[in-house]
Design a protein around this ligand. Structure first.
Ligand code: GLU
Length: 472
């Protein structure tokens, strides 16, 4: 079964990296296992009929508090999937130095089959169940959006939590990914996609790596194919095109896939889908219907970005992948068998536990904002602007030259919240890449970036166990 393969794949990735850490077996086992899983069944009345809803929250690792990870609404949710996703969250947080343990929640429903009112009922009831068992709270476990959920659901969760904890001054920190008007942070919605872009850009800036792949240095001009135009895929594609000069040549969605080696304007494709309800029939592109949409994995391109669900590249289609780089924007899009085949064929995989960590990174910023009860930039923005003005004035006076109004505006601009969030995210993704790349480059026997990423994550978590005195 594919879902079982997902958890098995994560286990195999861990086992491949573990020997490179030099840690004792007992400690490795503690870092591998999922600490707790809460399974819930609760009734919800929908259209006069009672429906029993199956739901989960898994907390993979309590080496740091709170635990952190999204909540997924999908028909495919099951315990193994939630555990696999929670496990990836622990390693993800460790790699990007976000001080949380990993968690994940899931509600087994197809959210597109329910009305907004029903979804609100389900979300509030699920939250109540988590509160009842102390599986949520700013210091305990902090959910966020994932597949099938977004800011709207996070606002319901926050509101439900707040009504049960009216005296908790930090209640807003019980969930992240909230709308900006409801104590969210600017830049959270785009964060995963923006982080994916920064991660790909860093990889493309490595001369040795690009030589190996026969590609030119730098992201500019590279061709990209994106599977899935949800939150992660659409932001990855638009930011890569707008800020990286990447040529998007193929995309896929539930209805099918389109391909045009001459390039697609991704903004126009998204607008077309909004207008026509489908990407198919996009002018100038070759179309592949619903049944052939897996062809997207085989499109010729430099960078393939699976940005939908797990198990998309496996032993069946890994041989047919034509990309040079597979950038895992989704969680677990390549199975362990698929990964081995890609590695054998010299295809570089940028692993999910690093590449899509931008979401949880900005969630961390949101949580910090909630605990500090203040917008980022509020204290220093005007102070900085006044200083920059003085510096520019002084330079103009001493040189006798003046700069254009546009340049002046750019130089004197003090950082807003969005500037600081993007800057913090960029710094995080660059530092994260450096950590992984150093292991990949320098450590004997580590032949792929995923093994390097797992080794880095395991070592960082082990340091916590050791310094906490939990491990002798
Ligand atoms: N669901 C996202 C992920 O898989 C975000 C988690 C979070 O922000 O806590 O990384």
């Amino acid at each position: 079964m594919p879902d079982k393969t997902f958890l098995e794949s994560v286990g195999r990735y861990f086992d491949a990296a573990a020997p490179h850490t030099g840690l004792p077996d007992g400690l490795l086992k503690q870092i591998k296992v999922c600490n707790s899983v809460y399974q819930i069944y609760f009734p919800v009345k929908i259209d006069g009929e009672v429906k029993v809803i199956e739901a989960y929250r898994a907390q993979h690792s309590h080496h740091r508090s709170p635990t952190k990870g999204g909540i997924r609404y999908s028909n495919h949710v099951n315990q193994e999937e939630v555990v696999a996703l929670a496990t990836l969250m622990s390693y993800k947080c460790a790699i990007v130095d976000v001080p949380f343990g990993g968690a994940k929640g899931g509600v087994r429903i197809n959210p597109w089959e329910y009305t907004e009112a029903d979804l609100e009922k389900i979300t509030r009831r699920y939250t109540t169940e988590l509160i009842r068992r102390k599986f949520i709270g700013p210091a305990i476990d902090v959910p966020a959006p994932d597949y099938g959920t977004g800011p709207r659901e996070m606002a319901w969760i926050y509101d439900t939590y707040r009504s049960f904890h009216p005296d908790d001054i930090n209640a807003a920190g019980c969930v992240t990914g909230k709308p900006v008007s409801q104590n969210g942070v600017r830049g959270r919605s785009e964060a995963t996609g923006r982080g994916v872009f920064y991660g790909i850009r860093e990889a493309c800036n490595q001369q040795e790596l690009m030589n190996k792949l026969g590609l030119t240095l730098g992201i500019e001009g590279k061709t990209m194919v994106v599977q899935g135009l949800g939150n992660v895929g659409s932001h990855t594609a638009t930011i890569s095109q707008d800020e990286g000069g990447v040529k998007i040549i193929g995309v896929s969605e539930v209805e099918g896939a389109i391909y045009n080696p001459e390039g697609l304007d991704i903004h126009d494709v998204i607008r077309h889908r909004g207008e026509h309800g489908s990407i198919l029939s996009y002018p100038g592109a070759q179309s592949f219907g619903k049944d052939e949409r897996r062809a997207v994995m085989e499109f010729e391109c430099d960078i393939l970005v699976p940005a939908a669900l797990e198990n998309q590249i496996d032993a069946d289609n890994a041989h047919a992948v034509k990309a040079k780089i597979v950038a895992e924007a989704a969680n677990g899009p390549v199975t362990a068998d698929g990964s081995a085949i890609l590695a054998e064929r010299g295809i570089i995989v940028l692993p999910d536990i690093y590449l899509n960590a931008g979401g949880v990174t900005v969630s961390y910023f949101e949580w910090l904002k909630n605990l500090s009860h203040m917008r980022f930039g509020r204290l220093q923005k005007r102070f900085d602007e006044r200083n920059y003005q003085r510096i520019v004035n002084q330079i103009e006076e001493t040189t006798g030259k003046s700069i254009s109004e546009r340049d002046r505006q750019m130089i004197v601009h003090g950082a807003d919240e969005i500037d600081l969030v993007r800057s913090g995210l960029e710094e995080t993704m660059i530092t994260g890449f450096e950590g992984i790349y150093a292991i990949y480059r320098d450590q004997e026997g580590v032949n792929d970036l995923r093994t390097a990423a797992f080794a880095l994550a395991i070592s960082k978590i082990s340091n916590d166990y050791i310094s906490l005195g939990i491990w002798p």
